[in-house]
Design a protein around this ligand. Sequence first.
Ligand code: SF4
Ligand code: SF4
Length: 259
Amino acid sequence: MLEILKNRLKQGHRTLKFPKETPKLAERYRGRPIIDAAKCAADCSACAESCPTGALQMHPPRIDLGACLFCPACSSACESGALRFGQDHRLATRTREELLVDGGEAKLAAALDEKLRKLFGRSLKLRQVSAGGCNACEADLNVLGINVFDLFRFGIQFVASPRHADGVVITGPVSANMRQALIDTVQATPQPRVVIAVGACAISGGPYAGSPEVLGIPPEIKVDLFLPGCPPHPLTLLDGLLRLLGRIEDEGRISSSST
Ligand code: SF4
Ligand code: SF4
């Protein structure tokens, strides 16, 4: 017992000071893509041709962050160094259109309106639906519960029943077998509710797009927050959730040169 207590004292406090401070991420982390159009040869589309999901087009440059797997075949194919991945984990948006970035300014997720912030700002219960996919998105959502990220300190919790939830988190491309279960879960969640799409699969089908088994989020389900990535980094998830609740109060705009 004494040994355990000694080790705990030695380890100290492990919870990140996020969002007050953002930890330095590993060198190999691939965050928001950065395109330097000046370095891009006019007759070259090697990057776009290498993209497995069609997320990238050049001349003019545009990346669909909702379809991007951050794999990064494009930056490896680019010989001029015009395309690279930065360290910026902030990717959340409120609309699908805002995930289409062109190398200029990008708009980050705005907060819910005042009425919903009052309701959910200090206590948000979420039911997660795994609608296909590889389960890596679920793994990163689980990671939010460990003491490093400590999601609970913000009043955000995952619950077992949609009837006890304020919102639904969707992962996976929504396979034919999961479509009705997803609709039922959303309908069982009381109004007002929020719907959050996590990962390339939920947003665009990701690597499964085009499969006849992949139906996508039904159009009658309105998504309030898009969290891209494959899977999204836990900080991307936490940043997006806190933006939605109005607990990160920067201007919500970034330049593509931010790292
Ligand atoms: S990192 Fe994204 S844009 Fe680049 S090749 Fe992979 S999926 Fe396509
Ligand atoms: S978005 Fe990527 S990590 Fe998430 S479920 Fe789909 S394939 Fe897996």
